[in-house]
Design a protein around this ligand. Structure first.
Ligand SMILES: Nc1ncnc2c1ncn2[C@@H]1O[C@H](COP(=O)(O)OP(=O)(O)OP(=O)(O)O)[C@@H](O)[C@H]1O
Length: 333
C-alpha cells in the first residue's frame, strides 16, 4: 500500500533581501556623508531613497554599486560584497548615476552597442531606444545631446545589461513632464521583468507613484523606512475642509460635531479642521441645515508633509493652517 501523503506545513518564507546595508558609514575628509545607514531591499521591489540635498543618498548608492569604498559597515548585493566581488556585481547591477559622463564624440548608437558588449546576455538596446525615445538621436554624439537626452541615454545604459538590480539616481531630473511619466512607465516595466530597483529621488510624486517602500535619509542617517502611504499615515488623519457656505447659518453646529476640532472664518470662507471623517460629518450637517458647501476643498497631509515632518522638524498637526491640497471637489448636500 502506498504511504498516505502527509499534509506538510510550509511556513511562509520572508522575501529575500537583494540589497542589505548594515551600519554603512562613509566620510570625505571631515565631511561625514553617511553616518549610519541600514536598510534591506526585497527581491522585486522598487525601493526609494529620499532625503534633502547632501544627506548622503548618492554616496549610499555608490557604496552599493561598488563605485565608492565604504569606511564602515557591510553591504551585500545579491549576497555579494560590492568591493570584493566587483566583477560579479558589475554584470548583475545596472547603474545610472547623476551626471554620467561619456566621451563627447561617442554616438548614442555606439554607446549602447559598446555597453551591450560588456554583458553576457544584454537586453535588446533597440527596444530601450524606442521606449526612451532615443531613436532620432542614435547618430548624435554624446557631447551634442541635450541634458534630457543624456539622461535618457544614461537610463538606457543602466538597463542594457539586463541587470537583476538597477540603481537609478535622480532618474528623471532634467526630463520634461511627459518624458518623466514615460520613464516611470519604463521603470515599472523593468520591475515587471523581475528587476529590483533602488531609486534615489527628490520628487515626491515620483516616490509616491513608483516606490513600494522608501527610506528617508537625513544627515547621513535613516530616519524612517515605510511605504509612501505608511509615512503619510504617521501624521494621523487630520483633514481640513475649506468652502463658502451658500447662505448664513449657525456655524456653532459644525463646532459641535465629534470629528471637528476648529472652525475658523476667513472672509467668505469657512475652514473646518479635525480628525477622522470630518468630510462626512460636515456635509451631512450642512445638508440638514439646507446649506451648500460651495468651492469645497479637502486638504490632508501628503508625502511632502510627511517628508518635511521627518527631516525638517515641521509638524503639520501642530499648526493651525497645516495641510496640503490633495483634492478639489464640489459637494452638494
Ligand atoms: N566626492 C566628494 N568629495 C567630498 N565631499 C563629497 C563628495 N561627494 C559628496 N560629498 C559630500 O558628502 C555629503 C553627502 O553627499 P551626497 O552626494 O551623498 O548627498 P545626496 O543626498 O546625494 O545629495 P544631493 O541630493 O544634493 O545629490 C555632502 O555634504 C557632499 O557635499
Amino acid at each position: 500500500m502506498p504511504p498516505t501523503p502527509q499534509s506538510v506545513h510550509t511556513p511562509s518564507r520572508p522575501p529575500s533581501a537583494v540589497v542589505e546595508i548594515d551600519h554603512l558609514a562613509k566620510s570625505y575628509g571631515a565631511t561625514r556623508a553617511v553616518v549610519d545607514v541600514s536598510l534591506a531591499v526585497d527581491d522585486g521591489e522598487i525601493f526609494g531613497i529620499l532625503g534633502p540635498n547632501g544627506s548622503g543618498k548618492t554616496t549610499t548608492v555608490e557604496c552599493v554599486s561598488g563605485l565608492r569604498r565604504r569606511d564602515g559597515g557591510t553591504v551585500r548585493v545579491l549576497g555579494l560584497d560590492p568591493l570584493r566581488d566587483r566583477a560579479a556585481i558589475r554584470s548583475q547591477v545596472g547603474v545610472q548615476l547623476q551626471e554620467a559622463e561619456l566621451p563627447a564624440k561617442l554616438t548614442v548608437r555606439e554607446a549602447l552597442a559598446l555597453y551591450a558588449s560588456f554583458y553576457p546576455s544584454p537586453a535588446d538596446w533597440r527596444e530601450l531606444v524606442d521606449v526612451l525615445g532615443l531613436g532620432p538621436s542614435l547618430r548624435t554624439r554624446f557631447g551634442s545631446l541635450s541634458g534630457g537626452q543624456q539622461q535618457r541615454l544614461s537610463i538606457a545604459l543602466a538597463l542594457v545589461g539586463n541587470p537583476r538590480v538597477a540603481i537609478l539616481d535622480e532618474l528623471t531630473t532634467g526630463l520634461d513632464p511627459a518624458a518623466r511619466r514615460e520613464t516611470w512607465d519604463l521603470v515599472e516595466r523593468v520591475r515587471e521583468r523581475g528587476v529590483t530597483v533602488l531609486l534615489v529621488t527628490h520628487f515626491m510624486q515620483e516616490a509616491e507613484r513608483l516606490c513600494d517602500r522608501l527610506a528617508v535619509i537625513d544627515a547621513g542617517r535613516v530616519v524612517a523606512v515605510d511605504t509612501p502611504a505608511g509615512l503619510v499615515d504617521r501624521l494621523g488623519t487630520r483633514q481640513e475642509l475649506r468652502f463658502r457656505p451658500s447662505q448664513p447659518f449657525d456655524e456653532s453646529l459644525l463646532a459641535r460635531l465629534d470629528p471637528v476640532a476648529d472652525v475658523v472664518r476667513r472672509g467668505a470662507e469657512l475652514r473646518v479642521a479635525g480628525t477622522g471623517d470630518v468630510l462626512g460629518a460636515v456635509v451631512s450637517a450642512l445638508a440638514r441645515a439646507g446649506v451648500v458647501a460651495e468651492g469645497l476643498r479637502v486638504l490632508q497631509p501628503d508625502l511632502d508633509d510627511a517628508f518635511l515632518a521627518l527631516v525638517g522638524g515641521h509638524d503639520p498637526l501642530a499648526t493651525p493652517d497645516p495641510v496640503t491640497t490633495t483634492t478639489t471637489t464640489q459637494e452638494r448636500p
